[in-house]
Each structure stands twice: as structure tokens, then as C-alpha cells.
Design a protein around this ligand. Sequence first.
Ligand code: C2E
Ligand code: MG
Ligand code: MG
Ligand code: MG
Length: 269
Amino acid sequence: QAKKLGYNYVLEYEPNMAKRLISTSSMRSNLQEAIDNDELELHYQPIVRSNDQHVVQVEALLRWPQSDGSFIAPDEFIPVAEMTGQIIPLSEWVFKRACEDAIKLQQREPKLRMSVNISALHFNRANFVDFVLDTLAETGCRGAWLELELTESILLEGSQYAIERLEMLRKHGLSIALDDFGTGFSSLSYLKRLPLDVVKIDRSFIAGIRHHKGDRVLIESVIKIAQSLNFAVLAEGIETPQQAEFVTELGCNFLQGFYFGRPVPLEDL
Ligand code: C2E
Ligand code: MG
Ligand code: MG
Ligand code: MG
């Protein structure tokens, strides 16, 4: 799947491969134009604390607006950007804009933290930590206002190296979330070694709560294990009050999903 693109991606033969390659190359040049012309946007989705449903955080989500008013979804163009190398300038743009917006948000709502998704390719660059610290200094954003969302693949790559970086970032006040938990390959023994603040349970498990006992059991055990390791747990993709109630009762600390709010431009937040 496109989402799995990254270091570990292996191209498999597909009958419509030629078509896909053409669309990839046109997407590449259109994306370059969008980056150069500063056409990309960050939208923000609220994250609430489960006990009182107060908004305590927002997640920055990248949007590529089209001339007809629609958006190309990040799941479509981020894998392309990762393949072409455009992910680095893109990810740098995202982080810088997120810092600038975090400052604006702090003025309106102190204590509101912002989470930013970080591509494995960016995180694994030698100067990633320096880039983060330089951008904080340059924009005036504090580390404590930010949370970085990383996926399991990052952590699989780096092991000790990744752990050291995470520790450095946390020393500067940033918190670290493990995104899409449950969709990758990380084992629980591996989770134990990571300096994390939050584990985000992937929305596919939340979607299965009603009909799949396996998903309920899994959520329950992830929450227990994460909390025994002193990580907070966030449930993604909450679309109904029943789902919110279910995961809250299980002890989930934070909730995110369309039930609480969709991603919107900063002005509309
Ligand atoms: P993610 O980080 O797991 O972000 C959550 C995704 O779930 C977002 O999709 C969000 O709009 C969607 N979502 C939130 N609540 C609900 C819900 O209740 N129901 C459903 N069906 N969906 C919900 P989006 O914005 O399309 O982003 C998709 C993925 O693209 C993100 O998944 C993240 O992996 C990646 N992404 C987005 N922005 C960035 C970025 O700035 N940098 C990087 N590297 N990746 C990004
Ligand atoms: Mg995320
Ligand atoms: Mg996620
Ligand atoms: Mg996701």
C-alpha cells in the first residue's frame, strides 16, 4: 500500500504500473510548484482529554488545495514525496509553519499543545535534531508546545540511534507520540525501550469496536500495557459518542476524531 512507502518499500509489478508512474511524475512536478508557491496548508484537528472532553491539543495535518476547491489527501501525496525526496523540504515547511502557528495558538489558548507528524525519512536524517532546535530558536516556539508524531517504522529503523534522538528531543521539552499504533510490526518488548509520552491507537481498531471482539480486547490490552509503561493513550478516529465512552471507560487518556471535530484551518479552529 502507498502508505507503506518509505525505506522498506519494494515496488511490486502491477498491470497498471505505467499509468501510476506517469501520475507520480506529474504529481511530483505539481507538488514542487505547490511547495515553491507556498500553496500548501496546515489544518488542525482537536484532541480532547477524556475525563472532561476539554480540547488540550491539536494535530497539524497537511493539505494540498486544488484550484477547484478540493484537497489532495496527504495519504496520496506524502508517499510520492517520500519517493522523490521532496518530503524533506515539505516536512521542513510543515514543521516551521507548525511552530509559527503554535505561537499564535499559545497567545489565544496557553497550554494548548500542537502535534506534528514527522516522516521517517526526515527523522532519520543526520541533522534532524539540529533542524528542530534551529527552527525553534528561529521562530521563538518552545519545545514544550510541541509533540512529534512518529510511526513504528521510524523506530524499527533506528533502534539505539532513534532512542538517543528521542531522548534529546524530550530534553528540550518536546513530547513524543507513537502514531498509528497497532498497524506496524513493533512488538511490545520493543515498545518498552522507547522514550515515548503517548501511544496513539490507530483508528482501524476503533472502527472495529462494535463488531469485533478482537479489536476491543486489543484496545484494552494496549491501554493496560501502555499505562504500565507510563505512556498516555490516545484513541484516534472517534466518530460516535459510544466509541468515546467505550475507550474512556477502558482508561484511554485522550480522544481524537470527527465526533469532536474535523481538521480545519487555524482561523476556524
Ligand atoms: P495520521 O497522522 O494518523 O492522522 C490522522 C488521520 O485520520 C487524518 O487524515 C485525519 O483527518 C483522519 N481522521 C481523524 N479523525 C477521524 C475520524 O474520526 N474518522 C476518520 N475516518 N478519519 C479521521 P489525513 O489528514 O488525511 O492524514 C492522513 C495521514 O497523512 C496522517 O495520518 C499522517 O500519517 C499523514 N500526514 C498528514 N499530515 C502530515 C504531515 O504534515 N507530515 C507527514 N509526514 N505526514 C502527514
Ligand atoms: Mg498523526
Ligand atoms: Mg494516526
Ligand atoms: Mg493514520
